[in-house]
Write a protein that binds this ligand. Sequence first.
Ligand code: AMP
Ligand code: MG
Length: 368
Amino acid sequence: MLLFRQGEGFIDNLSPTSLQTLSAVRERSENRTFVKGDLCILGIESTAHTFSVSLVSEKRGLLSDVRNIYVPPEGQGIHPTEASNHHAAVASKVIAEATSSAGASLGEVDGVAYAMGPGLGPCLRVGAVSARTLSLALSKPLVPVNHAIGHIELGCMLTGAKTPLVLLISGGHTMVVSCSSGMWRVLGETLDLTLGQLLDQLGRHFGFASPCGRRIEEAASKSSRYLPLPYTVKGNDVSFSGLLTASKRLVDAGEPFEDVCFSVQETAFATTVEVTERALAFTGNKEVMVVGGVAANKRLAQMLGIMAQRHSAEFHVVPLKYSGDCGAQIAWTGLLEYKAGHTIAVEDAGIRQSWRLDTVPLPWRSGA
Ligand code: AMP
Ligand code: MG
């Protein structure tokens, strides 16, 4: 069985015992009565801090979403090898929990989707190995999913947005995209750090462990004192590295934590809303949607909502529970990809650490 690809390192979570367990589950499930014509996809997310597995059904929607998150020590960011060791240690358990909490068995799964990229190499490899193992053990097709498209498609499914202008804003992305001729087109993005990285790196400077966005939001809500900071918009792109340096200097100069957090949020969010608004004026989309981990921030949603209203566009925010990385984004998009016939041979099911979303054709959006 091809479990390990050259250069993907050694991952020992899917031991022969795990495989025997999987075979046993498959055999047990062979007598179950399936919902006729229903399509069931298992999705695996492992691009960064989160190892998560979800089952979705075409007729019944999201059936489960189980997550196990790697938390680095205080003051530190995600160490890719440490995170991947975490993922390898929990993979079998998360797969089993996601299946049982869906009230399903692995035998009901029609396809195995996994986040092929973009993300941290060692973390992606755990997801890829897990997916290949399941695909071989269950004799079901593999479906590669772009993680960024996963955020967007899950957001559309949960909010009911059809063809929105999207602000994808997370630990890995800060991008404004709109769909045209069956592909997401990038209308603006960060030139250096993502907004999530800005907040996480600032938080770590205060001594917190990543992710720090929620703690920064809490602190910011206690202040209204704005400290001037660099505001960088270049064309329709944004840049946050100067803002990070300047805000760290404010911290070192002894400015109150709450005031620095408030000022950073106001500055970073204003630049992001500015480029989103310019993109909206250009495309004329009738809907705006924000997705990704930073979409959990209420101040950002407020600013975007005011902007969308000014353009008479409907505004959608992905539900808090599904704003961060999760298996549901991979399972749901995997279902769309599966229906479009986008499956992949086990031999080709590697990883793509820098896989841009604007290179992925989306047949289900070809009318947009
Ligand atoms: P993701 O990569 O999609 O899982 O998103 C993770 C990013 O979202 C991290 O950079 C977090 O700091 C950030 N994040 C999570 N909650 C919040 C929040 N309430 N406000 C701002 N950023 C947040
Ligand atoms: Mg993400």
